[in-house]
Design a protein around this ligand. Structure first.
Ligand SMILES: Nc1ncnc2c1ncn2[C@@H]1O[C@H](COP(=O)(O)OP(=O)(O)OP(=O)(O)O)[C@@H](O)[C@H]1O
Ligand SMILES: [Mg+2]
Length: 525
């Protein structure tokens, strides 16, 4: 056993032979026996070593055993050390009591029995070792308690940090969800979220409902293609709903609203995880109005082109024709050049008719000076009424007028007459016997409406696209210029023409803006 692990036993006696005798009895590899020959020396060792037990002679010169013991017991650090007094003094009780009163644990009288001494010392050593062990355990426990407290503190801190982090990311999530909701709800485009797996609708925005006519509650569990979304070019016409296909970008599509109206749009799709579910977000930009406007513009462009052409050609033709006309009229008066009367009349009639057609062509000329005046639309209609009634009678049809009081408009009378006549004649031509052509005027907001309705078979869908295109006609003897002229006139009056057609008849609705008239009037005030 190394010296460090040995138990220190202090033997105090002024006589070396006594010390040797004690050592002979106690010698053991477990003990480190320390000899002190006086009380003073003993005190030094007590300070220096961790002593398990002290064997103390009572009678010594200088500090005797009791005095030494008293000092030892006074010190806090050494108070606990058991002291075994060894004395040859009488066994009288007073000595024994004195010894005990100094805190001694035991008392041995000389001559002592070595075995008893040995076992007593061993008993103290065992107590000492137990105490040491307890102390080590206590320290260990203390350390463990400290460790545990530190760990629990750390844990608490980590929990605190994590909670803070969680609260923060929760807030961020909430903010980003709110942001998405705003973008989704207030988007001017039709937006829908569908499950990628089941194709069920999960959410749609307000614009989607406004345009399609369906509310979210009506369609939340539907997974079919009830909007009948189709690619305009038929390219991606598959069995799975079109707005479920991933990563489309501005595909031109058509879709059907609840009321059966077919609209056009640009469809884009994107996959996203929403509430842990793979979804498709689809966005449709409705371009129905834009497309109609584009058609309108291209119609006007075509009109302008024809107008320019017409103006050019007409001027070229009219001049020589005027000459021929003049020459023929001259021939008619001069007796000697007289030709058969009816031929000349025929020539004049023909030329007049040709002149009429050219005049009609000239109506296209875009910079044609309009002869606009403030006047009542109803008056223009009334003036035309006899002519239209005569036309109607010839086909066994009739005319019905429903003219409401309207504010005056800024109109070119001749042009408006032509517009009513062209549309009216088309209506009469479209009807078989017994039909009624209704001409209506009324005020609607800031607009004045002129509506001309017939009871004919309607305009075919494929023909509707071409209405207003110069030279488009389905009639054998038609010029196909009637409606083209009407569009041109309407555009000069800043009016627009709407067509409503079905198998029960067709209505041409011409909308004049009343404020046009007011603005034009201002300079003369
Ligand atoms: N009320 C209507 N009902 C049915 N179809 C119509 C009606 N109005 C116009 N259409 C169709 O539009 C075409 C073009 O009309 P538009 O007036 O421009 O020329 P047109 O009537 O054929 O010839 P024109 O006016 O020189 O006699 C017609 O041929 C006809 O097919
Ligand atoms: Mg016509």
């Amino acid at each position: 056993m190394s010296d460090n692990n040995k138990v220190n036993i202090l033997m105090v006696d002024d006589r070396p032979e006594n010390l040797m005798a004690l050592e002979a009895v106690l010698v053991s590899e477990n003990y480190h026996l320390i000899r002190a020959q006086s009380g003073e020396e003993a005190l030094r060792f007590v300070l220096q070593y961790d002593i398990a037990v002290i064997l103390m002679d009572v009678q010594m010169p200088g500090l005797n055993g009791f005095e030494t013991a008293q000092i030892i017991k006074q010190r806090k650090s050494s108070r606990h050390i058991p002291i075994l007094f060894i004395t040859a003094l009488s066994k009288a009780n007073e000595h024994v009591n004195k010894g005990y009163s100094k805190g001694a644990i035991d008392y041995i009288f000389k001559p002592f029995n070595p075995n008893i001494l040995k076992s007593k010392v061993e008993a103290f050593v065992q107590i000492y070792l137990k105490q040491k062990e307890i102390e080590i355990q206590r320290n260990l426990l203390k350390q463990q308690t400290i460790d545990l407290t530190t760990k629990s503190n750390n844990l608490e801190m980590i929990i605190h940090e994590k909670t803070k982090e969680l609260v923060r990311s929760n807030k961020e999530l909430q903010v980003s969800q709110e942001r998405f909701q705003k973008v989704f709800q207030f988007s001017p485009n039709l937006m829908a979220i569908r499950s990628l797996a089941t194709h069920h609708y999960i959410d749609v925005n307000r614009t989607w409902s406004e345009f399609t006519g369906y509310e979210l509650d009506d369609i939340i569990h539907r997974s079919d293609n009830f909007l009948n979304i189709k690619s305009s070019d038929g390219k991606l016409d598959g069995t799975i709903p079109f707005d479920i296909q991933d990563s489309l970008f501005n595909e031109r599509v058509s879709f059907e609203t609840k009321s059966g109206e077919v609209r056009e749009g640009l469809l884009s799709t994107e996959q996203a995880m929403i509430n842990d579910e793979p979804c498709i977000i689809s966005t449709i930009t409705d371009i129905t109005e834009r497309t109609q406007m584009e058609k309108e513009i291209s119609r006007l462009d075509r009109l302008n082109l024809v107008g320019e052409m017409a103006a050019g050609i007409a001027h070229e033709i009219r001049n020589p024709m005027t000459t021929v006309l003049g020459f023929l009229q001259l021939m008619k008066i001069q007796e000697e050049m007289r030709q058969p009367q009816e031929y000349i009349d025929l020539m004049i009639d023909e030329l007049n008719r040709a002149n009429g057609i050219i005049t009609e062509f000239l109506t296209f000329a875009k910079d044609k000076a309009a002869d606009k005046k403030i006047q009542s639309l109803n008056d223009v209609v009334m003036k035309l009424h006899p002519l239209l009634r005569a036309e109607a009678l010839m086909g066994n049809n009739s005319i019905e007028l429903k003219l409401e009081e309207c504010p005056p408009l800024f109109l070119d009378e001749k042009e408006i007459r032509q517009l009513i006549l062209n549309i009216g004649l088309n209506g009469l031509e479209a009807m078989t016997e017994g039909g009624v052509l209704t001409i209506q005027t009324y005020k609607e907001g800031q607009s004045v409406i002129l509506a001309i309705k017939d009871q004919g078979p309607g305009i075919k869908k494929e023909d509707l696209e071409n209405i207003g295109t110069p030279f488009f006609t389905t009639k054998e003897d038609g010029t196909g210029l009637g409606l083209a002229i009407c569009y041109s006139i309407a555009s000069r009056h800043s009016a627009c023409i709407d067509i409503k057609t079905s198998s029960k008849g067709t209505a041409f609705i011409i909308r004049f803006e009343q404020k046009e008239a007011e603005v034009e009037l201002e300079p003369s005030h």
